[in-house]
Design a protein around this ligand. Structure first.
Ligand SMILES: Cc1ncc(COP(=O)(O)O)c(C=O)c1O
Length: 481
């Protein structure tokens, strides 16, 4: 029956048919059969998965899009020519309104480890919600204290005091304020191509013209990006670090309160800072009386495989670490962790955050940490991530359009260029490949200054079979360019 459908229907008709016969065609519309949408070539097969989502009876993608246009911010954007209505999730998979399954190779940044709807995290959230949800301040509650203790145990040195927030933006805003209060200095140095959040201060520290609004931020300075692919010093981190020292020596940056950076720029296109850069910069900043802030919103929580935190690969210990996204496997929670001495500075005045660290989010966050350890997901990120990276490197030899393959663990980037010598960003091509991959059942992210870098950041339960499927689909899409 499936074969007959494939032969008789055009690609559009096939999907139209799937939509109007949702239940009947749901499994048929999965990747296993999406091969019918293309010519007779043998298409990659999605690994089997024993789960069917409940029927979806809500509004269609088109109806949601219409409402979104009318009632939501015009600045909101969606991936894909035809935006996807995802209605269910399980582990590393998402399901659309027709029950079609997709391999989620991007959403892991938000649902770090356990994958979508991990039963133990869901259970922790439900049982705390049934018992009590309240603000963080005023009364005692064990959930926040237990999670803070567990989190502090994952950090090196004297990084033991946790301030919970509701997002990564809030965490970075707080970290910069703490640094300013502690040092008595005002200026902040961040790196070009970084992303640190969407409020005034973090927007200032965000040095990406695509994301930064031109709102006035005094005392924020953007240092040369130690970009190993496009940067003028290649992988020589110490040479880029000299730019920060120069800002201090020539007084262009005033008195430094803090230096803030990601270890691997996420939104910036999975760009790992050149080796040697962070130790040299941290040393310059400390000598100048500033603090070093590590933004681990994307690279934290075991994603990079060989370490729990991204900064650890650079052999440095920050004064302040910020985190969000994966910390709660999708819950709105973030955190700032610092030393008892630095934390003391917030006692000068009243400081509180109504919901940062509320019982429900901290119960969920604690469950995430436990699942990470129980399911050995850091180890998995290392094994599967290294395997996929090796395979992608081999793909680079086959497809001229791949200019660079980089990253660590399950935080990988594939940069597309139309000319390897000139490194001309393949902006249109990446959109085409991304759409083709979606048609074949793979969702992947995109980023970088020019928007030409695939961001591969799946849930950490991603398997080698998923990696093979991902590879095959990317290979097929590029071969058909
Ligand atoms: C490295 C980094 N820092 C901070 C943020 C801001 O986090 P949020 O969107 O939770 O405010 C992001 C978001 O993408 C990020 O990637």
């Amino acid at each position: 029956m499936q074969r007959v459908c494939r032969r008789l229907l055009s690609r559009e008709d096939f999907f139209h048919c799937c939509r109007s016969n949702r239940r009947f065609f749901s499994s048929l519309a999965e990747r296993e059969d999406a091969s019918s949408l293309h010519d007779n070539a043998v298409l990659p097969k999605m690994p089997p998965f024993d789960y069917s989502p409940p029927p979806y009876t809500g509004p269609s993608a088109a109806e949601i899009l219409q409402k979104r246009k009318e009632f939501l911010s015009p600045s909101m954007f969606c991936f894909y020519e035809k935006p996807l209505n995802v209605v269910d999730g399980k582990k590393q998979y998402l399901f659309d309104e027709d029950g079609r399954r997709y391999l989620d190779a991007f959403g892991g940044i938000a649902t770090v480890c356990c994958g979508h709807c991990h039963p133990e995290v869901v259970e922790a959230i439900i049982s705390q919600t049934k018992r009590l949800q309240h603000s963080t301040v005023l009364y005692l509650n064990n959930a926040i204290a237990d999670f803070a203790e567990a989190l502090a145990s994952k950090l090196p040195g004297d990084l033991k005091v946790v301030f919970f927030t509701n997002s990564g933006t809030e965490a970075n805003e707080l970290a910069m304020m703490i640094a300013r209060l502690y040092t008595g200095n005002h200026d902040i140095i961040s790196i070009r191509n970084a992303y640190h959040g969407n409020a005034a201060g973090t927007m200032g520290a965000t040095a990406q013209s695509n994301w930064k609004f031109n709102v006035i931020q005094s005392g924020v300075h953007h240092a040369m990006n130690p970009d190993q692919y496009r940067g003028i010093f290649g992988s020589d981190g110490e040479k880029y670090a000299k730019d920060v020292q120069d800002m201090i020596d020539y007084g262009t940056c005033g008195r430094v309160a803090a230096f803030i950076s990601e270890a691997i720029q996420g939104v910036g296109g999975i760009m790992e800072l050149a080796p040697g850069y962070l130790p040299a910069v941290y040393s310059s900043i400390k000598k100048a009386g500033g603090l070093c802030i590590a933004d681990e919103v994307q690279s934290g929580f075991a994603r990079t495989g060989n370490h729990f935190w991204g900064f650890e690969a650079h052999g440095v210990v920050p004064d302040i670490v910020t985190m969000a996204k994966g910390i709660g496997n999708g819950l709105p929670i973030g955190a700032v962790v610092t030393t008892p001495e630095i934390a003391q500075v917030l006692t000068q005045r009243s400081y509180f955050n109504t919901f940062g660290g509320n019982p429900v989010c901290t119960a969920g966050g604690h469950a995430v940490l436990q699942v990470l350890e129980k399911e050995k997901l850091q180890e998995n990120a290392l094994i599967v991530g290294s395997y996929l990276k090796d395979r992608l490197k081999s793909l680079q030899e086959k497809h001229e359009i791949i200019g660079d393959v980089r990253g660590r663990g399950l935080m990988l980037g594939v940069e597309l260029v139309t000319d390897r010598q000139l490194k001309t960003p393949a902006k249109a091509e990446i959109l085409h490949v991304m759409d083709q991959m979606k048609e074949m059942g793979v969702l992947v992210g995109k980023g970088g200054f020019f928007g030409n870098v695939f961001r591969i950041t799946p849930p950490l339960c991603f398997t080698k079979e998923d990696a093979d499927f991902f590879f095959d689909v990317m290979d097929y899409s590029m071969s058909k360019m």
